[in-house]
Design a protein around this ligand. Structure first.
Ligand SMILES: Cc1cc2nc3c(=O)[nH]c(=O)nc-3n(C[C@H](O)[C@H](O)[C@H](O)COP(=O)(O)OP(=O)(O)OC[C@H]3O[C@@H](n4cnc5c(N)ncnc54)[C@H](O)[C@@H]3O)c2cc1C
Length: 348
């Protein structure tokens, strides 16, 4: 925040996920004094493991491509899909100029970014919910707190959502040779599943929060039993984790920046996981935000406004492509889940 008083830091980043760590790396790389306040993740298993081939671009800009490739993530040749018709089809990365997509060991990926932030010179501190944070005198605060948008909300920004999508997530053990992602539409939602590094598999069912019956585990199992590709991939899996239900709605802030603050990653915009773009977008927005903050501190007062306008434009583009994607599935015209996505896009 601009208060006119001296601060130890040029910028403080709140949130140690991909967006926050990438922002800290890029800000420190611009020669700025940066602190990153992260929350310990404890036993929480991170969700969101599939990244597109174009992830090479932000990772290369962060100087992390070689470390990423050496880290044992699983290259993925493409996606097996049942969506818009009964017949399965393949979306392959074969013609993609960036090569393969990836299934991440997500904890390892986030740790790599945090280590790189520290190595770049950022001071990384772990804070607990409820800790008082000494942030008031800092010229720039970056909100990278994910869907919580912790700082932006305190600055008066509101969060709007396109829907009430939730994810029912389970992990299991599975030694599996199939490196594809699987996506499968169902009458009340859709599934994805992928084999992960370390002989693990993830299988996630998405539906709207108000369409969920109270017994989530039974519901997950019943729906899983109806899938074809997802069930085929994960049928032999064992040691399933319990079902965790996490928010997965698409949404954005009413404002992406204000005096002395801006928001990056999911704190600014959250994308439907169907896009597979959340992590790539988080890294890119962090790089753009860091450039805007560095430009502002060097005297370019329009840089942050331009960042905010570009963020708003990205969300409009995302909403159009989300809409086109859901409209491709017309097999259940009477189903509430699909009807909601075939009407006009409205923020709630
Ligand atoms: C079910 C599901 C599946 C997904 N699948 C994919 C996928 O396959 N591919 C993909 O690219 N994306 C996927 N995503 C989206 C992806 O996970 C997010 O887009 C990505 O994690 C955003 O990164 P981020 O750093 O902005 O936020 P986050 O990863 O949410 O990180 C935010 C961090 O801020 C911390 N925090 C919160 N409040 C505070 C505070 N007050 N102070 C300090 N720290 C705080 C949190 O603990 C967290 O560590 C999926 C999302 C869901 C819900």
């Amino acid at each position: 925040m601009r208060s006119g008083r001296a601060s130890r830091y040029d910028a403080i980043v709140l949130g140690g996920g991909p967006a926050g760590a990438a922002a800290a790396i890029a800000l420190a790389g611009n020669g700025l004094a940066v602190a990153l306040f992260a929350r310990s993740r404890g036993a929480t298993r991170l969700v969101g493991e599939t990244v597109p081939p174009s992830i090479v671009r932000p990772l290369a800009r962060l100087g992390l491509w070689e470390s990423f490739v050496a880290a044992g993530h699983r290259a993925s040749p493409g996606t097996g899909v049942i969506w818009g018709g009964e017949a399965p089809f393949e979306n392959e990365f074969i013609a993609n100029p960036y090569g393969a997509g990836w299934h991440l060991d997500r904890e390892r990926f986030d740790d790599m970014l945090l280590c790189a932030a520290r190595a770049a010179g950022a001071e990384v501190r772990f804070v607990a919910a409820g800790d008082s944070l000494d942030i008031q005198e800092t010229p720039w605060l970056i909100d990278a707190t994910g869907r919580a948008s912790w700082l932006a909300r305190r600055q008066g920004a509101r969060r709007h959502s396109c829907d009430r999508l939730v994810a029912l997530v389970r992990f299991a053990r599975l030694a599996c040779a199939d490196d594809r992602t699987f996506i499968e539409a169902r009458p009340d939602g859709w599934w994805y599943a992928a084999c992960l590094p370390g002989d693990r598999v993830v299988a996630v069912y998405f539906t709207d929060a108000d369409l969920l019956p109270p017994d989530r585990s039974r519901h997950w199992e019943r729906e899983f039993g109806e899938t074809r590709m997802v069930g085929g991939l994960a049928a032999a899996a064992r040691d399933w984790s319990s079902v965790s239900v996490v928010a997965a709605s698409s949404g954005c802030l009413s404002r992406f920046a204000g005096p002395g603050w801006l928001a990056v990653g999911d704190a600014a915009l959250s994308y439907d996981p169907c896009s597979g773009q959340g992590i790539a977008k988080a890294l890119q927005s962090a790089l753009d935000a860091a450039a805007a903050v560095a430009a502002d501190l060097a005297g370019d007062r329009g840089a942050v406004e331009a960042f905010a306008a570009a963020t708003a434009q990205q969300f409009r583009k995302f909403v159009d492509s989300r809409s086109a994607n859901y409209r491709r599935e017309q097999r259940w015209p009477d189903a509430t889940f699909w009807q909601r996505r075939h009407g006009r896009d409205e923020l709630i």
